[in-house]
Write a protein that binds this ligand. Structure first.
Ligand SMILES: [Zn+2]
Length: 165
């Protein structure tokens, strides 16, 4: 490896020791939910689903989808999905945004994460019987596995998700 490549290589090794040149993460296609292996070296480029050729979501990203896309994704994703039902005017929701973003990065490849604004998507709030914000629901293959409401510590939240995914 020449020096230029070594420099590029060390830049690509992030602080967690993840080698983004070679590592891959599973992501679910937004279209029909197929699991794809997403090479971390391709972040920033267009990566498409091996089955349907639609663009794949980036690993570790908290998805914000239209209500039709969100319902379809909940039904079809082959990976578990954590959904954060929030309102932009709710203070505990703001606190939990960062907690959810951290979790999305930490559990990338294992859990898909999505955020639904209940003020903009009241039909989804009704469909999933969300009566308070923030409410977090874990879905697996279209079925609800568990839910919880209200702010909690990062540690408790990580534990809750880990015990159900
Ligand atoms: Zn696909």
């Amino acid at each position: 490896m020449d020096l230029h490549r070594i420099n590029a290589y060390s830049k690509l090794n992030n602080k967690h020791g993840v080698n983004v040149l070679t590592e891959k993460r599973n992501v679910s296609c937004l279209n029909w939910g197929a699991t794809n292996n997403y090479p971390l070296s391709s972040i920033g480029k267009k990566v498409v689903c091996g089955r349907c050729k639609n663009s794949l979501p980036k690993p570790g990203e908290v998805l914000e989808l239209s209500s039709d896309q969100a319902s379809k994704f909940i039904r079809n994703s082959r990976l578990p999905i954590l959904v954060d039902f929030f309102s932009p005017t709710c203070a505990p929701c703001q606190i939990m945004h960062i907690v959810v973003e951290n979790l999305a990065k930490r559990r990338s490849g294992e859990v898909m994460t999505m955020r639904i604004n209940v003020d903009q998507n009241p039909q989804l709030a009704t469909q999933f019987m969300v009566q308070a914000v923030p409410t977090f629901i874990i879905f697996y293959r279209g079925n609800e596995r568990d839910r919880t409401s209200g702010a909690m510590s990062e540690e408790d939240f990580a534990f809750w998700v880990a015990s159900r995914t």
